[in-house]
Design a protein around this ligand. Structure first.
Ligand code: GLN
Length: 242
């Protein structure tokens, strides 16, 4: 594995990077390097073209207006869609997740088209924002430990017939539809409402992305004590009233 390399692309940090979502890039980079992989990271600002040669693309959350601008630019650019058609992996959070769906309701109360890389569409929730810690069971097909994260969104995301929920919530709202689903995935494209940063709280998901990119079934183990401590702390905080 030591000769392998990984190209990691961080999409629009100038528009989409709330709640420390950049931590997701740092976790993917670090866990790949710990396995002896050479990592090439590219941060793509919203006035730059999205390279099509990446292996893993990460997109964070954002406020409503930057979300609309990011969707317009990504659609115009077309690079992310071409990369996915070439087999790239995408991991998106919150506003980024909504952008990857067919459409979402923007800050002007209009419907914005998304990239359609996930079979989901988003509306604005009628009730309070979904805010707080979340615990969930990740889709059994992915065989990963419990999901922990923090959500803060007004949008509600509805899954189409070909999308699988990333998880079922035990605590919190997730997609906000009341059906207990959280996030979605279609093939190599993943979306979640979880911040945290979510990959720091769920390093197994970062490893899943790396495995998919390398097309391997397993990675050498790394020291997970720090991650485990963080997971346990957040799970305790979520389940035990203050
Ligand atoms: N603006 C979106 C919403 O409120 C996404 C928010 C976020 O990315 N935190 O639904």
């Amino acid at each position: 594995m030591s000769n392998a390399s990984l190209r990691v692309v961080w999409i629009y940090p100038d528009l989409l990077s709330t709640y420390g979502d950049q931590g997701n890039v740092l976790v993917v980079e670090r866990r790949a390097r710990q396995r002896g992989l050479e990592v090439q990271r590219t941060d793509v600002r919203s006035d730059q073209p999205v390279p099509t040669s990446g292996d893993i693309y990460l997109i964070g959350g954002g406020e409503d207006r930057p979300q609309r601008l990011a969707a317009e630019r990504l659609l115009r650019d077309g690079g992310l869609t071409r990369a996915v058609n070439n087999g790239a992996i995408v991991f998106s959070v919150c506003a980024g997740y909504q952008i990857l769906g067919h459409q979402f309701v923007n800050d002007l109360e209009q419907v914005s088209p998304g990239l359609g890389l996930l079979d989901v569409h988003s509306t604005r929730g009628e009730s309070d924002r979904c805010v707080g810690d979340v615990l969930g069971d990740i889709d059994e097909q992915l065989r990963l430990p419990q999901l922990t994260g923090f959500e803060n969104h007004q949008g509600v995301t509805h899954l189409g017939p070909t999308a699988r929920p990333l998880a079922r919530v035990r605590l919190g709202q997730g997609n906000g539809t009341g059906d207990g689903t959280e996030g979605a995935w279609n093939g190599t494209v993943f979306g979640t409402y979880m911040h945290g940063p979510v990959l720091a709280r769920n390093p197994h998901i970062a490893d899943l992305l790396i495995k998919l990119a390398l097309d391997v079934n397993a990675l050498p183990p790394v020291d997970d004590r720090w991650y485990e401590a963080l997971r346990q702390e957040r799970i305790m905080a979520a389940t035990q009233p203050a």
